[in-house]
Design a binder for this molecule. Structure first.
Ligand SMILES: [Zn+2]
Length: 259
């Protein structure tokens, strides 16, 4: 099994992913550009088994049409994506598995918050969680907004229950590249965060087209302000000095809207 992370260079800094099974089956997650995704898949030489959309927003589905036209593959989406995503025809529920190869599968996570039709995918290899495709729910050093069909309290619940419970070494594969901007936000609210400072230094050297960088859940817990709700420095920096996890999260989400 191999994960190909592909930076699209779109104005929204989207990532598209291709998951390659050891028997040559390919799954394309959130295709920004259908032709580019197909070209990438062709280079790998496998058979495209499916497209998976993490949610209904156009920038995560716009490549569907071209890929379906050329391959007739299935398109997976959240059950609430029915009618919202034209090409979607398979709607897996929480806990359902999509086989990638003999020893690898994607386990569907129901993750409302950014929208209510949002799923994430836990990549499990040899019975061990390897990585998680997070769409617009969890980003490197941040979380998704709730402007277009979402709800901040629901997002808080999802992050607490579905992501903070993941193993520390699980790799995070988000839908967009917002790392640098998000690190700035973390440091604004927690200026002495040494890990965030060091990541921000390294960020400048990253070539996203050639060698995209991934974080693990352990690293996210160091640099992602939305996962650091117990930090006293953070709490004291926020307006109104909220001292309860949910209030800290909601205050941060509100502030991030104007960052
Ligand atoms: Zn979105």
């Amino acid at each position: 099994m191999k994960v190909h992370q592909y930076f699209t260079g779109s104005q929204l800094r989207n990532f598209t992913y291709i998951i390659e099974g050891s028997q040559g089956h390919l799954f394309i997650v959130d295709p920004w550009d259908g032709d580019e995704s197909l070209a990438y898949a062709q280079k790998l030489g496998g058979l495209i088994k499916g497209v998976i959309n993490t949610h209904e927003h156009w920038d995560h589905t716009r490549g569907n049409e071209v890929i379906v036209k050329k391959t007739s593959c299935v398109v997976y989406a959240h059950p609430r994506g029915k009618g919202k995503i034209k090409e979607a025809n398979v709607f897996p529920e929480e806990g359902e598995r999509i086989a990638v190869d003999n020893e690898t599968y994607l386990q569907v996570m129901d993750t409302p918050g950014h929208t209510f039709a949002h799923l994430c995918l836990l990549l499990v290899h040899r019975e061990k969680p390897y990585g998680v495709f997070t769409g617009d729910t969890l980003f490197n050093a941040g979380v998704g907004n709730c402007h277009n069909g979402g709800d901040p309290e629901t997002l808080f619940q999802t992050i607490e229950e579905k992501f903070l419970t993941l193993a520390e070494d699980v790799r995070v594969y988000p839908g967009h590249e917002y790392l640098g901007n998000n690190l700035g936000f973390t440091l604004k609210n927690e200026p002495s965060n040494a890990a965030a400072k060091s990541w921000l230094e390294d960020y400048k050297k990253i070539d996203w087209h050639k060698a995209p960088v991934t974080t693990t859940m352990a690293q996210e817990k160091e640099i992602n302000t939305f996962l650091r709700l117990d930090s006293q420095e953070l709490r004291d920096h926020l307006p109104g000095k909220p001292q309860e996890r949910k209030e800290v999260f909601l205050t941060l989400r509100e502030l991030r809207n104007n960052w």
